[in-house]
Design a protein around this ligand. Structure first.
Ligand code: FES
Length: 484
């Protein structure tokens, strides 16, 4: 039987984002069978895909890492010996089944030859049939090299990573190295339920429906015998040793995210231009921030003051939080960060709050529009969409505040260069007067109603967006607007 693999694994195998394969499927260039792709079909579309030539994949991962939402500890990403052993064992079983199948076909071929020899038909017909059989067999053997390489590549990926599928959402992610299921799920963009990340609270409880996991850390939280009996595990204390299906709670919206108070440490302050500070902070390992991309939080420093800022990073890295803060004489906290703050100073965070979050159930392509420092909220959303890897197309329009490139122009250009399904269009400050014209000229399709729009801008841009929506008959529900 033709070997089939999931869309996620196929994308990883050929080094493209899932959205690119989804585009090919929609265009009829690739077939899916129950959500999976035949390996041989994939190879036909990507004849040069080799695991040894993974430069594109590495490049994408490098860019995403530069976006600072991959695990900052950056531990070695290879599975441990037990996980490797289990995966090789599973492959061994697979191989033995395939060998049995091949032996069966050989026997069938031999019997068929014998039957042909016994047939009482004209000599010429028999010779033709025998010749055809020999040619077919020779062609099959000659095809061996072509078939082997993708098989080897896919097998290699299966040994190095386990795929997890969450029900009922159907979300997928990969468990790499010695990552816990919880860490891998968060990195994959899922809003899994959790609290302490170290086995104390029990909030990351999930049920193993199929596959095999292994406990990687002692936990104080006690699962009852009944829970263990039906397969419950703690996601923060287990890793996957084979492909797994898990039944797990995921946040459905902002109401599922509790308000938290966390003491952050200041890691770094950068000033990309005169008007903006990029403030990088870190939570304690056992008290990370659970939030949805696009939300905000209040930062405060004793005796100085407090302010409400967007979180400019992705929930897939819940320890390293970034904030973009406007240099503003009226903001006491911004002044403190600009003039007096030192590495390792403590900042108190309270939050998250805000409803400017992705509609993950929407099948539409994504358009982000940021005006000036409005990019802070949009950046978290884009990084989250990249981690989820479910959008076919992501477009970013960034309107500069003044007559100079946006303050993280290089990062956006790097995304544009590295990701097939991402396009970046920096716009001059004058674009705030004719935004609709720019959208008409740049959006890669004639069907604007096929997009969800996420806009973080000054209130004055709202009327233009409404006019654009009206002109293209786009429902208001596809426009999410956040005021800077
Ligand atoms: S997150 Fe608390 S036990 Fe796993």
């Amino acid at each position: 039987m033709a070997r089939r693999i999931s869309l996620s694994r196929a994308a990883r195998l050929v080094g493209v984002k899932r959205g690119v394969l989804q585009q090919k499927i929609r265009a009829g260039q690739l077939q899916t069978f129950e959500g999976e792709i035949v390996l041989a079909d994939l190879l036909q579309s990507y004849p040069n895909a080799q695991i040894e030539d993974s430069s594109m994949l590495e490049r994408v991962e490098q860019i995403i890492e530069q976006a600072s939402f991959i695990n900052a500890d950056n531990v070695a990403r290879k599975p441990d010996n037990l996980a490797l052993g289990s995966r090789i064992m599973a492959l061994g079983k697979d191989l033995s089944q395939q060998q049995r199948l091949v032996s069966g076909y050989r026997r069938l071929l031999r019997d068929l030859r014998h039957e042909i020899e016994q047939l009482d038909v004209g000599r010429g017909s028999l010779e033709t049939l025998t010749q055809w059989l020999e040619n077919a067999e020779a062609t099959l053997l000659a095809d061996d090299d072509t078939i082997d390489q993708p098989f080897i590549n896919e097998t290699f990926l299966r040994v190095m990573t386990a795929q997890a599928t969450v029900i009922p959402s159907g979300h997928e992610f990969f468990v790499e190295g010695a990552d816990s299921i919880l860490e891998a799920g968060l990195r994959g963009g899922l809003a899994l339920n959790y609290g302490c990340s170290n086995g104390n609270c029990g909030l990351c409880k999930m049920r193993l429906v199929s596959g095999e996991t292994r406990k990687t850390r002692h936990h104080d939280y006690t699962l009852t015998e009944a829970e263990k009996g039906i397969g419950y595990i703690l996601g923060c204390c287990h890793t996957a040793v084979s492909d797994v299906v898990l039944e797990a709670d995921e946040a459905q919206g902002t109401a599922d995210i509790p308000t938290q108070t966390i003491a952050l440490r200041l890691k770094r302050i950068e000033r990309p231009n005169e008007d903006v500070l990029i403030v990088s902070t870190r939570t304690p390992r056992t008290s990370r921030l659970r939030f949805l991309a696009g939300q905000r939080a209040t930062l405060s420093v004793d005796q100085i003051g407090s302010a409400f800022y967007p979180i400019a990073s992705c929930p897939c890295d819940d320890m390293n939080l970034q904030f973009h803060i406007a240099v503003n004489a009226d903001d006491a906290l911004a002044n403190y960060l600009l003039d007096s703050a030192r590495t390792n100073d403590q900042l108190m965070l309270e939050g998250p709050s805000g409803a400017f979050v992705l509609n993950e159930n929407s099948p539409r392509a994504l358009v982000f529009i940021a005006e000036g420092i409005g990019f802070a909220s949009v950046k978290g959303l884009i990084e989250h969409a990249m981690a989820l890897d479910s959008a076919e197309q992501i477009s970013l329009f960034w309107i500069a505040d003044v007559d100079q490139p946006p303050y993280l122009n290089n990062l956006c250009r790097a995304w544009n260069d590295a990701l097939d399904n991402f396009s970046y269009c920096p716009l001059p400050a004058t674009a705030r007067h004719n935004l609709g014209d720019h959208l008409d000229a740049q959006l890669p399709t004639q069907d604007p109603a096929g997009f969800d729009f996420y806009i973080c801008a000054n209130e004055s841009l709202r009327a233009q967006c409404e006019e654009y929506a009206l002109r293209h008959e786009i429902p208001a529900s596809q426009f999410m607007f956040e005021t800077i």
